[in-house]
Design a protein. Sequence first.
Length: 424
Amino acid sequence: MSRVMALRHRPGARKIFSNIVYLSMQQAVNYLLPLITVPYLVYTLGTERYGLLAFAAAFVFYFQVIIDYGFNYSAVQSVSVHRSDPRELSRIFFSVTAIKMAFACVCLGVLLLLTACVPLFHKHEALYLWTFAATAGTIFFPVWFFQGAEEMKYITIFNFILRGGAMALFFVFIRAPDDYMWVPWLNAAGSVLVGVMSMVILFVKFRIVPVAPDRATAAELLKNGLRIFFSLVASTLFNNTNTFILGIFSNNYVVGTYAVAEKIVRACVALSVPVSNAIYPRTVLLFKESRERALSFLRKILFGGSALFGCVSVLLFFFAGPIVLLVTGTHNDTAVLLVRILAILPLSVFADNIFGVQVLLNIGGMQTKFLRATIAAGLLSIVMQLALVPRFSAYGTAVSFLAAELCILIMYIIPVRRAGFKLP
């Protein structure tokens, strides 16, 4: 879920275990459920239509980053601190929601301008607007609130309803290539449904009451989230721009092929997220108590995790063919090669979380190095894609993504080693 998160208290062992379970279930919902629908969508809609949907999602994701503004991390701390004060929680909730709605209105204006003036977007105007509707609908699904209250079960349940319900209805309404618009329609409807259910939980369980957004609270939230927002923007440059730039220089069929390969790799990368998120609070406390104890703890995690995710990367490389066949239902040599190019990512992403999130973010003065590394990797990714994609198409995208990820790992390791922290 994140590279940046702050917790102010130490939950009990049972609560930690419960959160790990729910986080793992959420990752399964986020990455494994879509893999069930991919074969059906690729077969029914065709790779070209699937690529069009992937390009639209990549484009609209930039607006989602702006709307979220990092509140999924920065606002977590505010909720955690004031969890026993319903009045303050109400002020925080409505302040964050008001900011998000204001950002969404600005983003919608920009999107309408682009779809009206740019031929690339005007051709499928309705698709981009409905994809944006699904994104804007998440304003009323306050993941950040449930995280701060340490009620991960609600995130998991609502996420399952949103994604699982949409997935089931895909099989009902999508029967031909021209039915591709049902994807954003169902996603938008699911976002509205989950938003309504979230409001009920907030008002009943957490006793949230309607209050006017507080200007001082909003200003503080914007200030606290600014650095995280820049970090997320930088991360988006090499995590999301791949599909977008590829779509500009190629066609929807190529984008669809790359999207399938990347989705397979990201599903494997996601296996490390529950582990990373679960150990972060423990790492924070250990660094406050004893730096050596923290490093000793991380050495064990790094050793065991490297062995585990190294095996995942090896299996992904050698079994790329059967995996692609299983996911897409067809033999696609291009997708197989793309998966093999990116197969090292499960291991490298796990390692960069240890050096970056677990160490750099817990050492005073190192947070800036974390942000610089993320920005540098994002810029490297864009430069490489602009140079390679026009000539090598999807292969250039994959190589650029891989280079950016390895770059960020190296730039995390260097300051850790220079500071004298002995991690293998």
